[in-house]
Design a protein around this ligand. Structure first.
Ligand code: MG
Length: 159
């Protein structure tokens, strides 16, 4: 068994769709980033890379590389998972905390889990998505950003 953690934070800004966990969520602002800004998929990608000893998302997909400008983060996660699979690991389960003051994410948790499971090619029961607020504290609490933490358990493919 191998465990990995992932963390990401992106600023909220106008003129962008809000993409979280590979789905678009209706809101008047979106996450600013070189890619689509999907902090959920970025945190999962980093957790999986960390667990398998393959570095981090910034090494694989540099944010100054024009190839990844506006990238679909689902493609980045799929690309990382190919390397994780090649390294001999499969997903056991993952647990994700999405911390946002607004919008309220509770209505979207199941849809996000289903989409993440689809990208990872696992069962929805292996994916836990939890939505929290920051109790109005700090930049996330002021609704200037969305923060994500992920813990993932990987298993050796032949175990
Ligand atoms: Mg990111």
């Amino acid at each position: 068994m191998r465990v990995g953690t992932g963390y990401d934070i992106h600023r909220l800004g106008t003129g962008r769709p809000l993409i979280l966990g590979g789905i678009e969520i209706p809101y008047d602002r979106g996450l600013i980033g070189h890619s689509d800004g999907d902090a959920v998929l970025h945190a999962i990608t980093d957790a999986a890379l960390g667990a398998s000893g393959l570095g981090d998302i910034g090494e694989l997909f540099p944010d100054d590389d024009p190839r990844f400008a506006g990238a679909d983060s689902a493609d980045l996660l799929s690309g990382a998972m190919e390397k994780v699979t090649e390294a001999g690991f499969r997903v056991g389960n993952l647990d994700v905390n999405v911390i946002a003051e607004r919008p309220k994410l509770k209505p979207y948790k199941d849809k996000i889990a289903a989409r993440v499971a689809e990208i990872l090619k696992v069962k929805t029961s292996q994916v836990s998505i939890k939505a929290k607020t920051k109790e109005k504290l700090g930049p996330v609490g002021r609704n200037e950003a969305i923060e994500v933490h992920c813990v993932i358990l990987l298993l050796e493919t032949d175990s």
